[in-house]
Design a protein around this ligand. Structure first.
Ligand SMILES: [Zn+2]
Length: 366
């Protein structure tokens, strides 16, 4: 599986300080506003962090477990690769209590991380912030929207109607950081990794005949600007969620250029790339050189330890997957972050089952 492959890749460290990235200009200008602190506490000055930087990644959250966790094959994928909004809130509270602080991925790669005294840094990322058709009807969000105050909310559309809530990662983090300033260093929030084959951020951009296409582009662009102004950064997660461990070079190149045509006008240029499925080619692969030549100098894969691999002018940063599988299988490695037993919402996870039973095949990670 992907983790094993990543572990093997670690053993084959191809360290090459190498040539500077050719397209260093792709890194976007980041406009970060300070988190709007609603408490009167003034955080102590941040101190330099010299150790490893952890990276935890998630998917958009399950808002209505009884629609996601049913008996079909898709349900098993939701159980394996997703958390509920309640579980994510529990994770966040424990991360904060255990002294973790969000940091910017570019600072982590540059070795310029600072955290409040006594706290430990981690990068957070969210994959597939697209609100795909398959998940919209299964109790996940429909799209991100700005409320009248300009805050980010997630829209749900189901048998209860259309409504805006805070039940997804961006609104939950935004709100949490505003109440807990020590939880974010330098205004950092997280990395949002997006594909483009079914639009962006829940706005459908693929149907050129759609009468509302201009509106969709406008809303997605406004949302992207708002997210970037509040500490979020974007990553390319490939156009079509393709497998970079298997894709021929020409196929991968076409996919990347398509993402840059469709997504880049909306989310802006990025030097971050996140492998779909966590499926990574070897660091010495020509695909890595192709990514570098297209401006991606920070690439993320999956591993169960924090590490950087420097190869071919890029940095490959590992991430830990935080999902249903991790709650069941990684209690011990995750103990410094949170206690899996108190996070897992077993009742929610069996909400869509007629009886206690949840066998089924394990699908690939989205
Ligand atoms: Zn994905």
């Amino acid at each position: 599986m992907a983790v094993a492959a990543a572990v093997m890749a670690t053993a084959a460290l191809a360290l090459a300080p190498g040539a500077p990235p050719r397209a260093a200009g792709r890194r976007p200008a980041v406009l970060v506003t300070s988190p709007s602190a609603t408490t009167s506490t003034v955080p102590a000055p941040a101190v330099r962090w010299a150790g490893a930087v952890e990276h935890l990644f998630f998917h958009p959250l399950v808002i209505r477990p009884e629609l996601a966790f049913t008996r079909d094959r898709l349900a098993q994928g939701f159980r394996n690769f997703f958390l509920t909004a309640g579980e994510f809130r529990a994770v966040l509270a424990q991360l904060d209590r255990n002294g973790w602080t969000l940091v910017d991925i570019h600072r982590a790669v540059a070795g310029e991380v600072r955290v409040p005294p006594g706290r430990r840094p981690f990068v957070l990322s969210v994959d597939d912030v697209n609100y795909y058709d398959y998940s919209r009807t299964r109790g996940l969000g429909w799209r991100l929207v700005l409320d009248p105050a300009g805050d980010v909310k997630v829209e749900s559309r189901d048998d209860r109607g259309v409504r805006l809530t805070d039940d997804d990662i961006v609104p939950i983090i935004d709100e949490f950081v505003s109440r807990h300033p020590q939880f974010s260093a330098d205004g950092a929030k997280g990395v949002l990794a997006v594909t483009a084959y079914q639009g962006l951020l829940g706005e459908r951009l693929d149907d050129r005949r759609s009468q509302d296409r201009a509106g969709s582009v406008e809303r997605a662009t406004a949302m992207a600007r708002r997210l970037q102004a509040t500490g979020w950064v974007f990553a390319d997660h490939s156009y079509g969620h393709i497998d970079f461990a298997r894709a021929p070079l020409a196929v991968a190149r076409r996919d990347i250029e398509r993402w840059q045509r469709v997504a880049e006008p909306i989310v802006g240029p990025t030097d971050l790339f996140v492998y779909p499925f966590g499926a990574a080619p070897p660091p010495s692969s020509p695909l890595v050189a192709m990514l570098r030549d297209h401006g991606y100098t920070v690439i993320c894969d999956i591993d169960v330890v924090p590490r950087f691999i420097r190869a071919q002018g890029v940095v490959i940063m590992s991430r830990r997957h935080i999902d249903g599988l991790a709650l069941r299988q990684e209690a011990r490695p995750l103990a410094p972050f949170f206690d899996v037993a108190s996070v897992e919402d077993r009742a929610a996870r069996s909400a869509g089952l007629p009886r206690a039973a949840s066998a089924g095949r394990v699908d690939r990670r989205p």
